[in-house]
Design a protein around this ligand. Structure first.
Ligand SMILES: Nc1ncnc2c1ncn2[C@@H]1O[C@H](COP(=O)(O)OP(=O)(O)O)[C@@H](O)[C@H]1O
Ligand SMILES: [Mg+2]
Length: 259
């Protein structure tokens, strides 16, 4: 469905991505994790062509996105994006934040766009808040509007860039729940996150990105039970300190394995 082949990207002298390759199948959820500055956001921006690769290939359903003369707006409508800082329009109500893309990109008539936006806000459990402005919503609610906006375009794949890392701890759960729901309903997703519980629940594969290279890849079970590289082990230990969830996951994984 989506494939990136030997992707390279630099900013000036800084080589950020160094030959990244992976693929995402239909209805698959990939989780990308790794240290700050390792190139995770850059990778997502290269995939949705906001900031194309210097070298390499990106294919979406057998269409080469790096081909000259390709219609980038049409491509971006097929690749949804959910941002760390929500990126909602401050001057628009929740409903209009969702319907604006439907009107401007999908060219839906006003009433149809509104109906579709309502349906999507309902899906992320925001039906009661449609007439609120972003400043009147909590971070978790704003992010759910962001997810509704991405879903509304019916993209082939949705990219999530650390969607819960700007949220207060008590608001993370409601956003992860919505993400779990849409993952289980068959949405193809690439999720940059350090929420290991989410990864464990729905990721078919996890990719550990360090310094622009995928150092290790495997199932959640692989990472939580027998990660190979020292770098990954170290990083997971740090997450354990930050999130306190790794040990619990490890315990559960071991219990399942011994069944
Ligand atoms: N537009 C840009 N211009 C210059 N440097 C950038 C730009 N975007 C990212 N970088 C640099 O690239 C590296 C990787 O950044 P990023 O992809 O944001 O990492 P991550 O999301 O894993 O934290 C960092 O050193 C960052 O400073
Ligand atoms: Mg980032």
């Amino acid at each position: 469905m989506l494939r990136i082949v030997d992707g390279w990207k630099s900013y000036g002298d800084l080589q950020v991505l160094k030959g990244v390759s992976f693929e995402v199948g239909e209805q698959e959820v990939k989780v990308i994790f790794g240290p700050s500055g390792s190139g995770k956001s850059t990778l997502l921006r290269c995939i949705n062509m906001l900031d194309p690769l210097d070298k390499g290939e990106v294919h979406l359903r057998e269409q080469n996105l790096m081909a000259p003369g390709i219609n980038l707006n049409a491509i971006r409508a097929r690749i949804g994006m959910v941002f760390q800082h929500f990126n909602l329009f401050a001057h628009l109500k929740a409903i209009d934040n969702v319907s604006i893309g439907l009107r401007q990109v999908k060219k839906l008539p006003k009433e149809e766009a509104r109906a579709k936006a309502l349906e999507m806000l309902n899906r992320v459990k925001m039906a009661e808040w449609v007439d609120h402005y972003p400043a009147q919503l909590s971070g978790g609610q704003q992010q759910r509007v962001g997810i509704a906006r991405a879903l509304s375009m019916e993209p082939d794949v949705i990219l999530f860039d650390e969607p819960t890392s700007a949220l207060d701890p008590e608001l993370i759960g409601e956003v992860l729940q919505v993400m779990l729901d849409i993952a289980k309903s068959g949405t193809t997703m690439i999720v940059v996150t350090h929420e290991m519980g989410f990864a464990r629940a729905v990721a078919s594969e996890m990719l550990f990105l360090d310094n622009g290279v995928i150092v290790e890849r495997g199932t959640p079970q692989h990472f939580f039970v027998s990660p190979k590289s020292e770098r990954v082990k170290q990083f997971l230990k740090q997450l354990d300190i930050l999130y306190g969830s790794h040990k619990e996951l490890l315990k559960r994984s071991n219990e399942e394995e011994s069944k």
